[in-house]
Write a protein that binds this ligand. Sequence first.
Ligand SMILES: Nc1ncnc2c1ncn2[C@@H]1O[C@H](COP(=O)(O)OP(=O)(O)OP(=O)(O)O)[C@@H](O)[C@H]1O
Ligand SMILES: [Mg+2]
Length: 265
Amino acid sequence: MLEVRHVSKTFDIGTVNETPVLKDVSFTLNDGDFVTVIGGNGAGKSTILNMIAGVYPIDSGEILLDGEDLTNKKEHERAKYIGRVFQDPMKGTAADMEIQENLAMANRRGKKRSLAWGITANEKAVFKEELSMLGLGLEKRMADKVGLLSGGQRQALTLLMASLQKPKLLLLDEHTAALDPKTAKKVLDITKEIIEKDHLTALMVTHNMKDAIQIGNRLIMMYEGKILFDIQGEEKKSLTVDDLLHKFEEASGDEFTNDNVLTKR
Ligand SMILES: Nc1ncnc2c1ncn2[C@@H]1O[C@H](COP(=O)(O)OP(=O)(O)OP(=O)(O)O)[C@@H](O)[C@H]1O
Ligand SMILES: [Mg+2]
Protein backbone atom coordinates (compact mmCIF):
# COMPACT_ATOMS: atom_id res chain seq x y z
CA MET A 1 0.00 0.00 0.00
CA LEU A 2 2.53 2.61 1.16
CA GLU A 3 6.21 2.27 0.35
CA VAL A 4 8.69 4.65 1.92
CA ARG A 5 12.11 3.95 0.40
CA HIS A 6 15.34 5.42 1.74
CA VAL A 7 13.83 8.77 2.62
CA SER A 8 16.20 11.39 4.03
CA LYS A 9 15.52 14.98 5.01
CA THR A 10 17.73 17.72 6.37
CA PHE A 11 16.25 21.13 7.15
CA ASP A 12 18.12 24.40 6.64
CA ILE A 13 20.96 22.88 4.59
CA GLY A 14 24.08 25.05 4.60
CA THR A 15 23.08 27.12 7.63
CA VAL A 16 24.03 26.86 11.29
CA ASN A 17 20.63 25.31 11.86
CA GLU A 18 21.30 22.41 9.49
CA THR A 19 19.68 19.35 11.10
CA PRO A 20 19.38 15.88 9.61
CA VAL A 21 15.87 14.93 10.65
CA LEU A 22 15.22 11.74 8.69
CA LYS A 23 18.09 9.39 7.98
CA ASP A 24 17.45 6.81 5.27
CA VAL A 25 14.01 5.79 6.53
CA SER A 26 12.37 2.80 4.81
CA PHE A 27 9.20 0.91 5.60
CA THR A 28 6.19 -0.61 3.86
CA LEU A 29 2.59 -0.56 5.00
CA ASN A 30 0.27 -3.34 3.96
CA ASP A 31 -3.34 -2.77 3.08
CA GLY A 32 -5.29 -2.34 6.32
CA ASP A 33 -2.26 -1.82 8.56
CA PHE A 34 -3.04 0.39 11.55
CA VAL A 35 0.34 1.53 12.82
CA THR A 36 1.05 3.50 15.97
CA VAL A 37 4.20 5.63 15.83
CA ILE A 38 6.01 6.50 19.03
CA GLY A 39 9.25 8.30 19.85
CA GLY A 40 10.67 11.25 21.79
CA ASN A 41 10.41 14.93 20.93
CA GLY A 42 12.22 15.71 17.70
CA ALA A 43 12.56 12.04 16.69
CA GLY A 44 11.10 12.86 13.27
CA LYS A 45 7.54 11.52 13.65
CA SER A 46 5.74 14.60 12.36
CA THR A 47 8.37 15.05 9.66
CA ILE A 48 7.80 11.57 8.23
CA LEU A 49 4.05 12.25 8.12
CA ASN A 50 4.72 15.62 6.46
CA MET A 51 6.96 13.96 3.88
CA ILE A 52 4.25 11.41 3.05
CA ALA A 53 1.62 14.15 2.77
CA GLY A 54 3.95 16.26 0.63
CA VAL A 55 4.20 19.29 2.92
CA TYR A 56 7.93 19.57 2.11
CA PRO A 57 9.96 17.85 -0.60
CA ILE A 58 12.30 15.06 0.47
CA ASP A 59 16.07 15.28 -0.18
CA SER A 60 16.37 11.71 -1.40
CA GLY A 61 14.36 8.52 -1.59
CA GLU A 62 10.93 7.64 -2.90
CA ILE A 63 7.38 7.46 -1.63
CA LEU A 64 4.84 5.24 -3.38
CA LEU A 65 1.17 4.80 -2.59
CA ASP A 66 -0.66 1.88 -4.16
CA GLY A 67 2.16 1.58 -6.70
CA GLU A 68 1.92 5.25 -7.72
CA ASP A 69 5.03 7.35 -7.28
CA LEU A 70 4.10 10.34 -5.11
CA THR A 71 7.64 11.63 -4.65
CA ASN A 72 7.21 14.61 -6.95
CA LYS A 73 3.47 15.14 -6.48
CA LYS A 74 2.23 18.29 -4.77
CA GLU A 75 0.49 18.27 -1.42
CA HIS A 76 -2.97 19.04 -2.88
CA GLU A 77 -2.62 16.20 -5.39
CA ARG A 78 -1.80 13.75 -2.60
CA ALA A 79 -4.74 15.04 -0.54
CA LYS A 80 -7.08 13.09 -2.83
CA TYR A 81 -5.71 9.86 -1.38
CA ILE A 82 -4.44 10.92 2.00
CA GLY A 83 -6.54 12.09 4.96
CA ARG A 84 -4.91 14.00 7.82
CA VAL A 85 -5.73 14.99 11.37
CA PHE A 86 -3.35 17.20 13.35
CA GLN A 87 -2.81 17.83 17.04
CA ASP A 88 -4.46 21.25 16.97
CA PRO A 89 -8.28 21.00 16.91
CA MET A 90 -8.42 24.46 15.27
CA LYS A 91 -6.48 23.32 12.21
CA GLY A 92 -8.58 20.73 10.42
CA THR A 93 -11.87 22.61 10.12
CA ALA A 94 -13.06 26.07 9.10
CA ALA A 95 -14.48 27.77 12.22
CA ASP A 96 -16.69 30.31 10.45
CA MET A 97 -18.35 27.68 8.27
CA GLU A 98 -21.22 25.37 9.18
CA ILE A 99 -20.66 21.72 10.09
CA GLN A 100 -22.40 20.66 6.87
CA GLU A 101 -20.37 23.11 4.78
CA ASN A 102 -17.15 21.71 6.22
CA LEU A 103 -18.32 18.21 5.37
CA ALA A 104 -19.33 19.26 1.83
CA MET A 105 -15.85 20.73 1.26
CA ALA A 106 -14.27 17.50 2.42
CA ASN A 107 -16.66 15.51 0.25
CA ARG A 108 -15.67 17.47 -2.85
CA ARG A 109 -11.93 17.41 -2.27
CA GLY A 110 -10.12 16.43 -5.44
CA LYS A 111 -13.29 16.58 -7.52
CA LYS A 112 -14.02 19.03 -10.33
CA ARG A 113 -14.94 22.45 -9.07
CA SER A 114 -17.79 22.73 -11.56
CA LEU A 115 -20.18 21.68 -8.79
CA ALA A 116 -22.27 24.67 -7.92
CA TRP A 117 -22.01 25.70 -4.28
CA GLY A 118 -24.87 24.37 -2.25
CA ILE A 119 -25.40 21.11 -0.41
CA THR A 120 -27.70 18.55 -1.96
CA ALA A 121 -30.40 16.71 -0.01
CA ASN A 122 -28.56 13.51 -0.71
CA GLU A 123 -25.34 14.89 0.78
CA LYS A 124 -27.23 16.12 3.83
CA ALA A 125 -28.68 12.67 4.41
CA VAL A 126 -25.22 11.08 4.20
CA PHE A 127 -23.72 13.69 6.54
CA LYS A 128 -26.52 13.19 9.04
CA GLU A 129 -25.96 9.46 9.13
CA GLU A 130 -22.18 9.77 9.41
CA LEU A 131 -22.43 12.42 12.15
CA SER A 132 -24.86 10.36 14.19
CA MET A 133 -22.30 7.55 14.29
CA LEU A 134 -19.97 9.80 16.26
CA GLY A 135 -22.46 9.73 19.12
CA LEU A 136 -21.93 13.42 19.91
CA GLY A 137 -25.32 14.77 18.80
CA LEU A 138 -23.73 16.75 15.96
CA GLU A 139 -26.32 15.44 13.47
CA LYS A 140 -28.81 17.82 15.12
CA ARG A 141 -26.48 20.78 14.70
CA MET A 142 -25.54 20.56 11.02
CA ALA A 143 -26.14 24.26 10.34
CA ASP A 144 -24.13 25.37 13.40
CA LYS A 145 -20.82 27.10 12.84
CA VAL A 146 -17.87 24.85 13.67
CA GLY A 147 -16.41 27.59 15.87
CA LEU A 148 -19.14 26.77 18.41
CA LEU A 149 -17.87 23.22 18.92
CA SER A 150 -15.55 21.95 21.66
CA GLY A 151 -12.04 20.76 20.82
CA GLY A 152 -13.08 17.11 21.02
CA GLN A 153 -16.12 17.66 18.81
CA ARG A 154 -13.93 19.44 16.27
CA GLN A 155 -11.38 16.61 16.25
CA ALA A 156 -14.18 14.06 15.76
CA LEU A 157 -15.51 16.16 12.87
CA THR A 158 -12.01 16.50 11.37
CA LEU A 159 -11.65 12.73 11.57
CA LEU A 160 -14.96 12.28 9.78
CA MET A 161 -13.91 14.79 7.12
CA ALA A 162 -10.55 13.08 6.65
CA SER A 163 -12.18 9.68 6.16
CA LEU A 164 -15.30 10.75 4.22
CA GLN A 165 -13.77 9.91 0.85
CA LYS A 166 -12.21 6.66 2.13
CA PRO A 167 -8.59 7.77 1.83
CA LYS A 168 -5.98 5.19 0.85
CA LEU A 169 -4.04 6.38 3.86
CA LEU A 170 -5.00 8.20 7.05
CA LEU A 171 -2.32 10.19 8.91
CA LEU A 172 -2.98 11.11 12.54
CA ASP A 173 -0.46 13.28 14.37
CA GLU A 174 -1.16 13.26 18.12
CA HIS A 175 -4.71 14.18 17.26
CA THR A 176 -5.94 13.62 20.83
CA ALA A 177 -3.02 15.28 22.65
CA ALA A 178 -4.76 18.65 23.12
CA LEU A 179 -7.91 17.08 24.61
CA ASP A 180 -8.78 16.25 28.22
CA PRO A 181 -8.37 12.53 29.06
CA LYS A 182 -12.08 11.68 28.81
CA THR A 183 -12.54 13.44 25.47
CA ALA A 184 -9.27 12.00 24.20
CA LYS A 185 -10.57 8.51 24.92
CA LYS A 186 -13.83 9.23 23.12
CA VAL A 187 -12.03 10.56 20.04
CA LEU A 188 -9.67 7.57 20.12
CA ASP A 189 -12.65 5.20 20.23
CA ILE A 190 -14.18 7.01 17.24
CA THR A 191 -10.81 6.73 15.47
CA LYS A 192 -10.72 2.97 15.96
CA GLU A 193 -14.33 2.63 14.81
CA ILE A 194 -13.81 4.62 11.61
CA ILE A 195 -10.59 2.81 10.73
CA GLU A 196 -12.20 -0.59 11.32
CA LYS A 197 -15.45 0.20 9.54
CA ASP A 198 -13.75 1.49 6.40
CA HIS A 199 -10.74 -0.87 6.60
CA LEU A 200 -8.43 2.12 6.35
CA THR A 201 -4.64 1.99 6.36
CA ALA A 202 -3.43 4.41 9.03
CA LEU A 203 -0.36 5.86 10.73
CA MET A 204 -1.08 7.31 14.17
CA VAL A 205 1.55 9.25 16.13
CA THR A 206 1.05 9.19 19.89
CA HIS A 207 3.04 10.00 23.01
CA ASN A 208 1.07 7.52 25.04
CA MET A 209 2.85 4.17 25.25
CA LYS A 210 -0.24 2.32 26.49
CA ASP A 211 -2.31 3.55 23.55
CA ALA A 212 0.55 2.72 21.18
CA ILE A 213 0.57 -0.84 22.51
CA GLN A 214 -3.17 -1.40 22.71
CA ILE A 215 -4.23 0.19 19.44
CA GLY A 216 -3.56 -1.10 15.93
CA ASN A 217 -1.71 -4.14 14.63
CA ARG A 218 1.75 -2.67 14.38
CA LEU A 219 4.03 -0.28 16.31
CA ILE A 220 6.96 1.75 15.02
CA MET A 221 9.44 3.38 17.41
CA MET A 222 11.41 6.31 16.02
CA TYR A 223 14.64 7.65 17.44
CA GLU A 224 16.90 10.39 16.08
CA GLY A 225 15.49 10.28 12.57
CA LYS A 226 15.46 6.51 12.21
CA ILE A 227 13.10 3.64 12.80
CA LEU A 228 14.45 1.96 15.92
CA PHE A 229 12.10 -1.01 15.69
CA ASP A 230 8.89 -2.14 14.06
CA ILE A 231 6.75 -4.65 15.95
CA GLN A 232 3.73 -6.49 14.59
CA GLY A 233 1.62 -9.63 14.84
CA GLU A 234 1.76 -11.77 17.96
CA GLU A 235 4.72 -9.84 19.35
CA LYS A 236 2.68 -6.64 19.27
CA LYS A 237 -0.31 -8.32 20.93
CA SER A 238 1.68 -9.48 23.96
CA LEU A 239 3.78 -6.32 24.28
CA THR A 240 3.93 -4.46 27.63
CA VAL A 241 5.19 -0.99 28.52
CA ASP A 242 8.19 -2.61 30.25
CA ASP A 243 9.03 -4.58 27.09
CA LEU A 244 8.86 -1.36 25.12
CA LEU A 245 11.20 0.49 27.51
CA HIS A 246 13.59 -2.45 27.47
CA LYS A 247 13.57 -2.65 23.69
CA PHE A 248 14.11 1.09 23.46
CA GLU A 249 17.18 0.99 25.70
CA GLU A 250 18.56 -2.07 23.98
CA ALA A 251 18.15 -0.72 20.46
CA SER A 252 19.16 2.90 21.10
CA GLY A 253 21.89 2.26 23.64
CA ASP A 254 20.34 5.24 25.38
CA GLU A 255 18.72 5.45 28.76
CA PHE A 256 15.01 6.08 28.80
CA THR A 257 14.59 9.50 30.39
CA ASN A 258 11.84 12.02 30.80
CA ASP A 259 13.39 13.90 27.91
CA ASN A 260 11.92 11.24 25.71
CA VAL A 261 8.54 12.52 26.82
CA LEU A 262 6.60 9.35 26.42
CA THR A 263 3.87 8.87 28.93
CA LYS A 264 3.52 5.43 30.44
CA ARG A 265 -0.10 5.94 31.42
N1 LIG B 1 10.01 23.06 8.90
C1 LIG B 1 11.09 22.80 9.66
N2 LIG B 1 12.18 23.56 9.58
C2 LIG B 1 13.28 23.33 10.33
N3 LIG B 1 13.37 22.30 11.21
C3 LIG B 1 12.31 21.51 11.35
C4 LIG B 1 11.10 21.70 10.59
N4 LIG B 1 10.20 20.75 10.94
C5 LIG B 1 10.82 20.00 11.86
N5 LIG B 1 12.08 20.43 12.12
C6 LIG B 1 13.03 19.83 13.05
O1 LIG B 1 13.09 18.44 12.79
C7 LIG B 1 13.24 17.70 13.99
C8 LIG B 1 12.15 16.65 14.05
O2 LIG B 1 10.90 17.30 14.21
P1 LIG B 1 9.51 16.53 14.24
O3 LIG B 1 8.49 17.58 14.32
O4 LIG B 1 9.45 15.58 13.11
O5 LIG B 1 9.63 15.72 15.59
P2 LIG B 1 8.53 14.83 16.32
O6 LIG B 1 9.09 13.46 16.42
O7 LIG B 1 7.23 14.99 15.66
O8 LIG B 1 8.52 15.48 17.76
P3 LIG B 1 7.31 15.86 18.77
O9 LIG B 1 7.08 14.63 19.56
O10 LIG B 1 7.88 16.95 19.58
O11 LIG B 1 6.14 16.27 17.95
C9 LIG B 1 13.23 18.70 15.11
O12 LIG B 1 14.55 18.95 15.48
C10 LIG B 1 12.61 19.93 14.49
O13 LIG B 1 13.08 21.09 15.08
MG1 LIG C 1 5.42 15.87 16.19
